[in-house]
Design a protein around this ligand. Structure first.
Ligand SMILES: *Cc1c(COP(=O)(O)O)cnc(C)c1O
Length: 420
């Protein structure tokens, strides 16, 4: 093949092979893996041939380029399906979890509307779910938003009580992106099954980290994305149950009828190949990796809770992802704390920037935290490439930061004097 000899290809490969250990910018510590994860170099390597050497469109049926792309997508679909123990035909590739959430919610609403127009979800869901639900309300649907307890968990009784004859779908996220809190999916699935209601789950933070098996939990639709599990950005999937019951969603993008007519558009072959590789690596490494990260997370949490006054964990300690810690440091404003180490340690705060202002996290507020406490919360999310040394450095940076912010805070002083 002539194009294989293009010199730039050799350049890319040589850079890649020399930099097997691609280094992050010096002295930066990335602890924001729930926002996105570094793409594993093994994933990048698997993707590269599909940009240039094998440029085919997976829908091209009449030449080897198309066949190669189609074969690669087929393999990736199997790899992704294996990770969630599904049939490959139940995996619909999308551009990410936001699109998968929208496709599931709006697609079910559109198709099952004649049965009813009522949906149930939870106040702590990701904005991709909440905003899609708001859209459905505008289209004439009705949505019940369940509360959570101070641990971030829903009440199964409240869920069952909310189900009505016209309820068509329940949507509960598997694990929360801010707190790591894991909902009791199997018990939720049993309730939905009992009432003949479809169950959808945004499992973006669970897939690749803990076993998230839709069939085992009675989940009919499940959204997830590659870039939260060391794959590339811009590719995700929606699991759509094919048997007992056979579920369908109305497409939200019309076009060539790709992905069994549920999601049109030329498949992003390199990204899908990368997603497949990331899934394969997760199957191989998930268990060991989860143990390693849990130990590091527990060490971080223990150090911060022991050495910092008025520090508390946001979210259930028992039902929680092992690589996430969301900690409130009373009267130490999170953005200020991060400023003390010049954002050298990359974290998230319990504040969300909207177009107009800085709002406290809707998740922490739903859990009953005050706005003040939410703004004083930091989220640490660990990933495959974090080392123990990095965690040790982060612990010291955060302790110093909280001390510094509090030392300058009149509110903290009043609090210490018992006035506040
Ligand atoms: C990141 C995330 C999303 C959005 O995923 P994209 O692939 O970036 O669209 C949706 N839900 C949850 C829970 C997430 O953490």
């Amino acid at each position: 093949m002539v194009i294989k000899n293009h010199p730039s290809i050799y350049f890319v490969y040589s850079v890649l092979s020399q930099n097997k250990k691609m280094a992050m910018p010096d002295a930066l510590i990335y602890l924001d893996n729930n926002a996105t994860t570094p793409c594993d170099p093994r994933v990048v390597e698997a993707m590269l041939p599909y940009f240039y050497e094998k440029p085919g469109n997976a829908a091209s049926r009449n030449h080897p380029f198309g066949w190669m792309a189609d074969e690669a997508v087929k393999q990736a679909r199997e790899q992704v399906a294996q990770l969630i123990q599904a049939d490959p035909r139940e995996v619909i590739f999308t551009s990410g979890a936001t699109e998968s959430d929208n496709l599931a919610l709006k697609g079910v609403f559109e198709l099952y509307r004649r049965k009813g127009a009522h949906l149930i979800t939870v106040k702590t869901e990701h904005k991709a779910v909440l905003d899609a639900c708001a859209h459905i309300e505008k289209m004439g649907g009705e949505v019940t938003y369940l509360d959570v307890d101070p641990d971030g968990l829903i009440s199964l009784e409240a869920l069952e009580a909310a189900i009505r004859p016209d309820t068509i779908l329940v949507s509960v996220m598997w694990a929360n992106n801010e707190t790591g809190v894991i909902q009791p999916m199997k018990a939720i699935g049993d309730i939905c099954d009992k009432h003949g209601v479809l169950l959808m789950s945004d499992a973006t933070q669970a897939v690749g980290k803990i076993p998230a098996i839709p069939k085992a939990a009675g989940v009919h639709l499940m959204a997830f994305t590659a870039h939260k599990m060391h794959g590339p950005k811009g590719v995700g999937a929606l699991y759509v149950c094919r048997r007992q019951p056979r579920v369908k969603v109305a497409p939200q993008i019309d076009g060539g009828g790709h992905e069994q007519g549920m999601r049109s558009g030329t498949l992003n072959v390199p990204a899908i190949v990368g997603f497949g590789k990331a899934a394969e690596l997760a199957v191989q490494e998930m268990e060991k990796e989860a143990q390693r990260l849990r130990r590091l997370r527990d060490k971080l949490e223990k150090a911060l809770l022991e050495r910092v006054e008025e520090a508390s964990i946001n979210g259930s300690r028992e039902h929680r992802l092992g690589h996430v810690a969301n900690i409130a440091f009373r009267h130490a404003e999170a953005e200020g704390v991060m400023m003390t180490f010049n954002q050298r340690v990359a974290l998230s705060s319990g504040s969300a920037c909207t177009s107009a202002s800085v709002e406290p996290s809707h998740v922490l507020i739903a859990m009953g935290r005050s706005g003040e406490l939410a703004h004083s919360s930091l989220r640490f999310s660990l990933g495959r490439f974090n080392t123990e040394k990095e965690l040790d450095d982060a612990i010291e940076a955060v302790i110093r930061g909280v001390d510094k912010v509090r030392s300058m805070s009149p509110v903290w002083e009043l609090f210490k004097e018992g006035i506040l």
